[in-house]
Design a protein around this ligand. Structure first.
Ligand code: SF4
Length: 495
């Protein structure tokens, strides 16, 4: 018998090596690593999601007739070695894993790997795309993907007459009608859910699972159907908005399933394309969503493989601050930060703008050490993985890769957060003030950041105007003094 090794983020019957496997010729090995679960302070919903999804997938494979060796071991390495000793398989094969360390491990253990089809653009295909360009941006890659995959295309032209409908999708939050978006599906928990939660180490933190995150293929497919039928028609216009009384707006909430394999990207995009073809969703909704999947997500995936392994250690802005206490306590008077941190605590998820423009922006402006912040994000989000967190945090949020992913640092003051959220009203700070005790920390630190890094960004056309404005501030000395006080408060948990 051949053994197919299936990792916890490859939970789909048609992925790579499992796609060709048959119960009469193949056995399946899945390893639940005690060492991995105990290695970090995971959010309890994240740990539960990973473990329960694995166990349900093993159950489904058994129902299909596979002999599944579901092994509890101290590490992935020990699990594979002990399986090899116990079963003496004729061969051990796996789909190319999604992390650099896992690929290194399989090479060391002489496990044969099969090309992964879990993403729509394999790194070998990306290399072909990149070889034809002197330089390229995500938008170039996205259009190449659209053309070769055929999503939202009419012959060789984009459906709707444009490649990008971003301008329609950056609306500030509506003042009223915050219940206009469909409520997310929630499933009842069962004994397996409860058993797994009870078995998790005490280092896990956060609100216990509620059934918000599906842990099976059928549950993930039901979430996809719910999204396409009830949420997608509203997707887009307010995707960058943040509301205190509505955390989901029209976001898909599908990223956990795409990232652990319960859904494949083509399944999701096919469903969106079909809804568009039937006239059920407007082009700005369909295009905005397809761009996230075949554009940004695949660009991030391929950037990870192009830049690893030293991408983990990039620190272009020399940021050295340890993770501030508010990230673990949640205690802060900054209403935008407390709302985002509370969202993470409640459900291990907030959407991309609180991630990038609140949490990430705060880490950028305060100079948090990139790997420390990446690890906090990785521990905290239900949809996290190294391949997605490193480019998004090290590259996009913190500009620690020096511009590989983003063409400018995504720094913003209180004015941006005020425009895109309802958080500033009722906050202890005044978003318009950059000096004084009640100055908005984002506004103060934004100007301080620009002035601090003026030399570095003086020739960056996307941010030079703001840098010059910072240098000309008549109260720059006061801003710097206020910023020093804010940073002291950040370090001591008094902000
Ligand atoms: Fe955040 Fe500043 Fe607005 Fe308060 S005033 S919510 S700290 S941006």
């Amino acid at each position: 018998m051949i053994t197919v090794v299936v990792f916890g983020d490859q939970l789909h019957r048609s992925i790579g090596a499992l796609g060709d496997a048959h119960p009469s010729t193949h056995r399946v090995l899945m390893v639940e690593s005690r060492g991995k679960i105990a290695s970090r302070p995971w959010h309890v919903q994240r740990a539960h999601f990973i473990v329960v999804s694995m166990r349900r997938f093993a159950h489904e494979l058994r129902a299909e007739g596979f002999d599944v060796d579901y092994r509890h071991a101290d590490s992935m390495r020990k699990g594979i070695e002990s399986h090899r000793n116990d079963y003496a398989p004729s061969a051990l094969v796996a789909t190319e894993p999604n992390s650099y360390n896992a690929r290194t491990l399989l090479t060391r253990l002489n496990v044969t790997t099969v090309r992964s089809n879990q993403f729509l653009c394999h790194p070998e295909d990306f290399a072909v795309f990149a070889s034809t360009k002197k330089s390229f941006k995500m938008e170039d890659f996205y259009r190449w993907q659209r053309r070769r995959l055929g999503y939202l295309m009419q012959s060789d032209e984009p459906a709707g007459g444009a490649w990008n409908f971003d301008a329609d999708n950056r609306l500030p939050p509506p003042k009223t009608g915050h219940d206009r978006w469909a409520t997310p599906k929630v499933d009842a928990l069962d004994d397996l859910d409860r058993d797994v939660v009870a078995s998790l180490p005490s280092s896990c933190w956060g609100e216990a699972p509620t059934g918000l995150w599906a842990t099976s293929r059928s549950g993930a497919l039901a979430r996809l159907r719910h999204f396409v039928d009830h949420v997608l028609p509203e997707f887009g216009p307010h995707e960058d908005a943040m509301l205190t009384d509505n955390w989901h707006l029209a976001h898909s909430l599908l990223s956990p399933y795409l990232n652990n394999g319960l859904l494949l990207p083509h399944e999701v995009c096919d469903a969106v394309q079909e809804a568009y073809d039937r006239g059920l969703v407007p082009i700005n909704s369909a295009e905005g969503f397809i761009r996230q999947i075949i554009g940004w997500r695949e660009f991030v995936w391929n950037t990870y493989w192009r830049e690893m392994p030293d991408y983990r250690n990039r620190n272009a802005l020399d940021a050295t601050r340890p993770l501030p206490p508010m990230f673990t306590s949640g205690n802060t008077s900054m209403r935008c930060m407390s709302t985002a941190l509370d969202g993470v605590y409640q459900r291990a998820w907030v959407h991309h703008i609180p991630r990038l423009m609140v949490l990430g922006n705060f880490a950028l402006l305060t100079g948090i050490q990139p790997l420390a912040f990446t690890q906090w994000m990785w521990n905290s989000f239900v949809d996290a993985a190294e391949w997605v967190m490193l480019p998004n945090v090290v590259g996009m949020s913190l500009y620690a890769d020096g511009g590989v992913i983003a063409t400018k640092p995504y720094a913003a003051g209180g004015a941006y957060i005020d425009r895109m959220s309802d958080h500033c009203k009722g906050c202890a700070y005044d978003r318009k003030k950059r000096t004084g005790d009640d100055a908005c920390p984002f506004t103060t630190l934004y100007w301080d950041f620009l002035a601090r890094h003026a030399d570095r960004f003086a020739r960056n056309p996307r941010i030079v105007t703001q840098v010059r404005a910072a240098q000309k501030l008549t109260d720059l000395d006061d801003v710097r003094t206020t910023a020093a006080g804010v940073l002291k408060g950040v370090d001591t948990g008094h902000t």
